[in-house]
Design a protein around this ligand. Structure first.
Ligand code: KG4
Ligand code: ZN
Length: 344
């Protein structure tokens, strides 16, 4: 069978990325130009700065992806682009570039939901993974437990009712003066601390709910820090980080395993920037194994934003002939599953 080559484009937040992926699973190139340093001095992503930087970088990044893959534009079978959710100005840069290439080459244009892209990162790292499975998606903007019934059929089983897990990491890191993004900094500090030093709250909703809430945990950590500062106590940053991280991970892991049991699947996938967290990976692997599930993680570079995951998700839409036309627009608060035939 002829190989299918998809060019993926991702600009939903602060990474400008383009990738070339063969048959949905083989990454020929994955160029990621991060703007983290630019935004770090503001303590978070500044949307206007992000859009301007994407405009500057998008063409060189796409050129590098094609060069590194050794693929000419006319050898590409389809162009897959993130069209939501994300920052509208940032999304529009990728969407416009993808539309221009699709129009110029007369090739299919494929719209990809950013979170569905994150989930597809699992297909790249685990070549034998096929749906159904349950996937925990934890990123800076989202915390979802998703039942992946089929490549293009996804049901949300649980979601955060307030902050996303990554957002909680970023906010706590800011309070502790650890900089942006907070996740990697807390992960590092936590390795030096005691996760049992401070008992922070774990929120579970009544009944069968698999939803998350991290705002109470965030307030508890901030109260702890403020109290210590008021009474002049030295802060034990590693202990705070380890105790906070354990509280987040306990809830994420427990709810995900509950979901896997309820759906009666064999495998659990992990996705999104927080999936790079070392404790989450270790605890999920251990507890999933004990409960009889196989836990699968994308490599860390495929956990945070990248275009290879978008090309992989786009491949499955391509195979189902789910194409879109040049009226495609950015949808900043797009729901999971909304873009597929017969869903949403
Ligand atoms: O998926 P992503 O790159 O962007 C969004 O779609 O949001 O996720 C970024 C988030 C940030 O909140 C960052 O702090 C978090 O992922 N993150 C981590 C780690 N690496 C990145 N959180 C915890 N531990 C990590 N090692
Ligand atoms: Zn993301």
């Amino acid at each position: 069978m002829k190989d299918t080559i998809i060019l993926g484009i991702e600009t939903s937040c602060d990474e400008t990325s383009a990738a070339v992926v063969k048959n949905g699973r083989e990454v020929l190139s994955n160029i990621i130009s991060s703007q983290v340093d630019l935004h770090a001095e503001y303590g978070g992503v500044v949307p206007e700065i992000a859009s301007r930087k994407h405009v500057e970088l998008i063409i060189p990044v796409i050129d590098s992806a094609l060069n590194q893959a050794g693929i000419a534009l006319d050898e590409v079978d389809g162009i897959a682009v993130t069209y939501g959710p994300g920052l509208v100005g940032a999304l529009l840069v990728g969407v416009s570039a993808a539309k221009a290439i699709a129009a110029a080459l007369d090739k299919p244009l494929i719209k990809v939901h950013h979170i569905e892209g994150h989930i597809a990162a699992n297909y790249i790292t685990h070549l034998d993974l096929v749906p159904p499975y349950v996937c925990l998606v934890a990123s800076g903007g989202h915390s979802h437990i998703v039942y992946v019934k089929d490549y293009l059929e996804l049901d949300v089983l649980g979601r955060t009712r307030d902050d996303a897990a990554g957002e909680a990491f970023d906010k706590i890191a800011r309070v502790l003066g650890l900089g942006y993004p907070g996740g990697p900094a807390i992960d590092k500090q936590a390795k030096l601390g005691d996760p049992k030093a401070i008992r922070f709250p774990r929120v579970n909703f009544p009944g069968e709910s698999l939803d998350f809430s991290f705002s109470g945990l965030k307030t508890a950590v901030i109260n702890h820090v403020n109290h210590a500062r008021q009474v002049g106590e030295a802060l034990n940053i590693p202990d705070i980080c380890a105790s906070f991280q354990q509280a987040v991970v306990d809830v994420l892991v427990d709810h995900t395993i509950k979901a896997a049991k309820a759906q009666n699947v064999k495998a659990i996938g992990l996705a999104g920037g927080v999936a790079a967290n070392s404790l989450l990976r270790e605890n999920l692997a251990r507890k999933a194994k004990k409960a009889g599930f196989e836990a699968l993680f994308p490599t860390p570079v495929l956990c945070t934003d990248n275009a290879a995951m978008i090309a992989s998700a786009g491949y499955y839409s391509y195979m189902a002939q789910e194409f879109t036309d040049l009226t495609l627009n950015a949808v900043p608060s797009l729901q999971i599953g909304a873009g597929h035939k017969g869903q949403g």
